[in-house]
Design a binder for this molecule. Structure first.
Ligand code: TYC
Length: 102
């Protein structure tokens, strides 16, 4: 909004920029200890994947070392990383969940 000399003057111009939020990939990383069925449960519970898709992503992580669980705006991506990491630690699994800018 442009500056006005007197507060009674009407607003003549608004300059509002609407932009898409930056997006972040939330990824799972492979390790040798976290059970496969636990990773599948994480993908279903936190990323709303079907059982078939969850198994597919888990196997991709297992073979390639990393896999994308979803793409989200910053706050949502950060929340998912926090919740997944807390869940894994509670169950004493070393599972790592990370986020990276698209
Ligand atoms: N490599 C693990 C195993 O053989 C399974 C696994 C998959 C672990 C995906 C982490 O993000 C992961 N039990």
């Amino acid at each position: 909004m442009t500056a006005r000399k007197h507060s009674q003057e009407p607003v003549l111009e608004r300059r509002t920029q609407v932009r898409e939020p930056h997006l972040y990939r939330v990824c799972l990383l492979n390790d040798d200890f976290t059970p496969m069925d636990y990773v599948v449960r994480i993908l279903e519970e936190y990323f709303y994947k079907s059982h078939e898709e969850a198994v597919q992503i888990m196997m991709e992580v297992h073979h390639q070392g990393k896999g994308v669980c979803g793409v989200y705006p910053f706050d949502l991506a950060e929340t998912k990383v926090t919740l997944v990491t807390a869940d894994a630690r509670q169950h004493q699994h070393p599972l790592r969940c990370t986020m990276e800018k698209e």
